[in-house]
Design a protein around this ligand. Sequence first.
Ligand SMILES: *[C@@H]1O[C@H](CO)[C@@H](O)[C@H](O)[C@H]1NC(C)=O
Ligand SMILES: *[C@@H]1O[C@H](CO)[C@@H](O)[C@H](O)[C@H]1NC(C)=O
Ligand SMILES: *[C@@H]1O[C@H](CO)[C@@H](O)[C@H](O)[C@H]1NC(C)=O
Length: 309
Amino acid sequence: MLCQRHIWVVLALCLLLVLWQCFRAPTDGLGPFPWAPSLFDTPAVHCGASTNSSAWFSARYNMSMGLLLTGAAHELSSDVVQWWLVSQGLGRSSGLFPGSPNLMWDTSRCRTCAVVGNSGRLKGSGHGLRIDAHDWVLRMNRAKIPGFELDVGMRTTHHFMYPESAVNLGPNVHLILIPFKPLDLRWLTSAFSTGELTHTYMRVKQFIKADRNKVLILSPAFLKYIHDNWTQRHGRYPSTGFTALLFALHLCQQVSVFGFGADSEGNWHHYWEKNRWSGAFRRTRVHDADVEFSIINRLAAEGRILFYK
Ligand SMILES: *[C@@H]1O[C@H](CO)[C@@H](O)[C@H](O)[C@H]1NC(C)=O
Ligand SMILES: *[C@@H]1O[C@H](CO)[C@@H](O)[C@H](O)[C@H]1NC(C)=O
Ligand SMILES: *[C@@H]1O[C@H](CO)[C@@H](O)[C@H](O)[C@H]1NC(C)=O
């Protein structure tokens, strides 16, 4: 009897601890589950240990590549502008977004990052706690959390989007704009102020709720670098997911990748969708999903990322 009561007390304490960890405000750079990796026997990646670069990797990876658009867009080299410019004027974000790029450029410590794609293969994965155990949790586009916590986790530190995939964000989350086209910069400014821009090639969110101090704009030069050196000009530009993954690969010492690729039955769809054929667009050539997927597999094989399938 006494023994049984003890078990209940221990269980209740465990539950309390888990709940406390879950609802504690997430802070940048501090995972809420510092003890979790050992519990879940995550394969060890040793920060700072020198990894031998394969020829394949070093032909592509450029450590000194700038990731963010800082201040003056006119500093972009002409070949970048040429690739990126599509007949629209260069929007200027004009000091509306103070987000200092330096705030996260400290690579001296061991930063662990989870890049969470939206693939249906996350459904039933039970990866939630493992995802939340990372310092940074990167999500993208219309990622949904409520109702999917067990499989996708609860924390978000960085959310990648473009105007056509924009969603409102909670406090303390970095909005990372991927400016696929110059108009996207104008949209960002508009969505945080006048709301004057309501259409790009389709209707877009007029206003967005997010912390403007945490807005970061990815550099078109970084997109071009992914396009040239990684996907090697397959597709018109890299997908949001692949871009987020490479972002992590340049800023994190350990990168775990979740929710990329088709589900176990070979279907492409989002984990929150019932319709498993709704992802058919991924077969178009805007992004080359097959090329991106083979690069992800190669990065995993070379120990650069932990790929959770
Ligand atoms: C890197 O590769 C070289 C030659 O292949 C080898 O001698 C060296 O021990 C390797 N270093 C590490 C840290 O694996
Ligand atoms: C990337 O691509 C450019 C242009 O094709 C090339 O000059 C460069 O050496 C490549 N590699 C790296 C690591 O940037
Ligand atoms: C790496 O990126 C930097 C900054 O954009 C550039 O100056 C340098 O040439 C690149 N290295 C290679 C090998 O392309």
